[in-house]
Design a protein around this ligand. Structure first.
Ligand code: ZN
Ligand code: ZN
Length: 439
């Protein structure tokens, strides 16, 4: 008899009548079959592949593409910008995070990178199939200088940003000077960070500095970049201004987050360094619609207008400079808008470029190129089936996944809304009733 908590391996599956979207060049191979075994794509061809023992899923001409990758999320977004994130019990925070992860998965996101706030427990819980969700790359706490974007104290708060408080479920931790910054980076790595996040300017929703301030000294940033490299990882940084971006690229930061105010020279530098830009236009769109109701300070208004006006322009500048642009949503509140990033980018980018951002480039950002973000033999079986061709209608990828009836991650069927009762059987076998509680 199986021990109760043992995770069953994914079943062998044969997907038939699939139109495969090759995100590498936008071409489509019609009426293909994909055989999945051991969580990988093991064969692509036509007709009945394998020994006939695999469970068959007839896709009836739907488009199959790689699972989506969001390179900038906040799993604990609801709590990231409240004055005291520890006003909620950690169990409550974890349940909110779990709910958010499940909803992301059901929108077709099979991999996400957390940009500050979530700890390694979320990654483990999903990886060990204790709860449904995308594969997760965590940053732990974002490193912030005193008075920086990650220092959540108000201008009238005289308390010390004591480490014991900041090591709870807050977005950031405060550290100053090379030795302390090094300790903080090492500690985040000790706690399981996949990459180190730093804040290097003010933000829209915070009181710590303007969008143009240069947070952390060059020496502090250099030390973190060096520490990350020696630990086999890299640094991602929150920044807006062109000067700020240039400084960070020069100092070896690999992943530039936001970058709404970049000009041509900064974009060229990102491209030449082989670094990445992860803009998140939907976040500002969301704050402009709902910010007041969500309690954003009135002082955020003028900053918001600045980044909103410049966001689309910076995307165009980056794209023309040949920057590798990742897909990111950065929603703090309003997580259901995640996929609207596709629609907003469509005003500037071609559908294939946006899809590459959310697959191929995302995979490169999390250093899993060839493993995820691609439909090819040997790759991990992270894929989605779409009711139509997203190259013709990018909106098929938006909303809550209504046009994505099949989602497979690591070879496990995570969602099916295909004909028949297949979905019910799978979700119940895999996750019991969890899905019913959340959805
Ligand atoms: Zn940020
Ligand atoms: Zn963020």
């Amino acid at each position: 008899m199986q021990p109760k908590n043992e995770v069953l391996p994914p079943k062998d599956l044969l997907l038939t009548n699939a139109d495969i979207l090759h995100v590498e060049d936008g071409s489509i191979s019609k009426s293909r079959s994909l055989r999945l075994s051991g969580g990988r794509i093991v064969e692509i061809g036509t007709g009945h592949l394998g020994d006939g023992k695999a469970e068959v899923i007839d896709l009836k001409g739907r488009v199959v593409m790689p699972g989506l990758i969001d390179a900038h999320v906040h799993i604990l977004g609801e709590l990231a910008h409240v004055a005291d994130p520890n006003s909620k019990m950690r169990t409550f925070q974890a349940i909110l995070g779990a709910k958010r992860l499940l909803r992301m998965l059901r929108r077709g996101f099979t991999t996400v990178r957390d940009a500050g706030g979530a700890d390694a427990g979320y990654r483990s819980a999903v990886a060990e199939r204790a709860m449904p969700g995308p594969r997760i790359f965590i940053s732990g706490h974002a490193l912030s200088p005193t008075g920086g974007h990650g220092d959540k104290r108000s201008h009238t708060d005289l308390s010390d940003p004591c480490g014991c408080v900041h090591l709870h479920a807050s977005f950031g931790r405060v550290c100053d000077g090379v030795p302390n910054v090094l300790t903080a980076a090492r500690d985040e790595i000790r706690l399981g960070a996949d990459q180190i996040k730093i804040v290097a300017s003010g933000g829209v929703g915070s009181t710590g500095g303007t969008l143009h301030t240069m947070q952390f000294s060059d020496d502090e940033i250099r030390a973190v970049v060096d520490e990350a490299a020696r630990s086999g990882t890299y640094v991602m940084a929150h920044v807006y201004s062109s000067e700020g971006v240039k400084r960070l690229v020069r100092l070896g930061v690999r992943s530039i987050e936001h970058g709404n105010l970049i000009e041509d020279d900064a974009a060229r530098m990102i491209a030449e360094a082989g670094a990445f830009l992860v803009p998140n236009l939907v976040a500002y769109d969301s704050i402009s619609k709902y910010g007041r109701a969500q309690g954003y300070p009135e002082s955020a208004r003028s900053r918001l207008e600045e980044v909103l006006a410049a966001g689309a322009r910076s995307l165009d500048i980056a794209r023309r400079a040949g920057v590798k642009i990742g897909f990111g949503s950065d929603l703090v509140k309003d997580p259901e808008s995640q996929s609207n990033e596709f629609t907003i980018r469509a005003e500037i980018m071609k559908p294939i470029e946006i899809i590459q951002s959310a697959t191929l480039i995302g995979a490169e950002i999390v250093r899993m190129e060839g493993q995820i973000g691609t439909i090819s033999v040997g790759a991990i079986a992270d894929l989605i089936a779409v009711d139509g061709n997203p190259l013709e209608k990018i909106d098929l990828l938006t909303g809550q996944g209504a046009s994505i009836p099949l989602i497979i991650k690591d070879g496990y069927v995570e969602k099916t809304a295909l004909e028949g009762d297949f979905d019910r059987q799978w979700s119940e076998k895999t996750f019991g009733t969890v899905e019913k509680v959340y959805c």
